[in-house]
Design a binder for this molecule. Structure first.
Ligand SMILES: C[S@@+](CC[C@H](N)C(=O)[O-])C[C@H]1O[C@@H](n2cnc3c(N)ncnc32)[C@H](O)[C@@H]1O
Ligand SMILES: [Zn+2]
Length: 311
């Protein structure tokens, strides 16, 4: 943990700031490898291990409970296991077009403090960290964060092992929040709203959110009716039942985010156009990038991106 992260952290139980730092092992002058963060208000202790503060809610540390808890625990385990192979799947040309659209919308600027929620192994994070002042990358998969740590220079990104609905951060300090493919894996409407509220709270007034998530397109509706395919219909579990997902409609997403934010742009991503895919082959991702600019493309989009501003 880089010492300057203390300026951004707050207790997730009572918002107390600053937390007290007890250092056990230091690397260089400013990097805390092992230690504890303590809230002077409620006395909660949060360990720092391998340089990453672990600020998970008690319910996820203690283990089994209701579906909201069990689904998240299952996913945490699966993401840890999958962290070594994750990047190989997401660096193909197909995903490059999607990441380019996301980056265009995020538009990182030199003075920006950015929160990357559900950053995972940092496929997206690594592509913009040099374009902004600092990034706080949050994920509940510790192994994914370790992978991200290996990719970046220590002083450019802060890593936090935390749950997206329970953020240990000070309110109103972020210029931008980016979240790629996190919200669809939050296992209930109540929790999804909690995550969006957290994002809202952490942003400064006028701050921007760029968020992408699974979209219920035509193809997924058909697959749902025929009961075929890994990601289909409204909601379910992929990766052999280990990862919960929810497919949003455009209207639903606009309503959900529109309750707190002003939605300034909506774009489809990763369009599923089977015949055109075949004809265009390797060139398709470029077409995908272009097609995202037309509103009608949403019918085919397997993901949807929303760009919002905090009023
Ligand atoms: C599909 S991956 C996307 C990773 C990254 N944003 C990217 O662009 O490659 C979803 C990530 O969200 C994380 N995640 C899912 N639910 C979470 C939660 N409740 N709190 C924090 N992270 C979560 C997973 O561990 C995983 O790393
Ligand atoms: Zn506290």
């Amino acid at each position: 943990m880089i010492h300057s992260l203390l300026d951004l952290l707050a207790c997730p139980y009572d918002n107390h700031y600053p937390l007290t730092l007890e250092v056990k092992e230091l690397k260089g002058e400013m990097v805390i490898e092992t230690g504890d963060l303590i809230c002077p208000e409620c006395q909660h202790h949060f360990p720092i291990q391998h340089g990453i503060p672990n600020i998970m809610p008690d319910e996820l540390v203690k283990g089994k409970g209701d579906r909201e808890i069990d689904d998240r625990l299952k996913e945490m385990e699966e993401r840890d296991i999958d962290s070594s192979g994750y990047d190989l799947r997401y660096t193909s040309l197909k995903y490059k077009a999607k990441y380019k659209t996301l980056l265009d919308e995020l538009n990182p600027e030199q003075e920006d403090i950015i929160l990357d929620l559900g950053a995972g192994t940092g496929v997206l994070t690594a592509s913009y960290i040099n374009k902004c002042k600092c990034v706080v990358a949050v994920d509940f998969s510790f192994q994914s964060l370790m992978k991200l740590k290996g990719k970046v220079k220590r002083d450019s990104v802060h890593l936090i092992h935390a749950d997206a609905s329970f953020l240990p951060l000070r309110k109103g300090i972020f210029d931008k929040v980016v979240s790629n493919d996190l919200l669809e894996h939050i296992p209930s409407d109540k929790l999804r709203r909690a995550v969006i509220k957290q994002i809202y709270d952490m942003l400064r007034k006028g701050g921007e959110l760029t968020l992408s998530a699974y979209h219920l397109n035509f193809s997924k509706k058909i697959k749902g009716l025929l009961k075929i395919g890994d990601v289909r219909g409204r909601e379910g579990y992929h990766s052999d039942g280990k990862i919960y997902y929810y497919n949003f409609t455009r209207k639903e997403m606009e309503k959900l985010l529109g309750e707190l934010f002003e939605v300034i742009d909506v774009k489809g991503l990763q369009h599923e156009l089977p015949v055109i895919h075949l004809i265009m082959g390797e060139v398709f991702p470029y077409f995908d990038y272009l097609i995202a600019m037309f509103p009608f493309s949403n019918i085919f989009a397997s993901e949807i991106l929303l760009h919002c501003v905090k009023r």
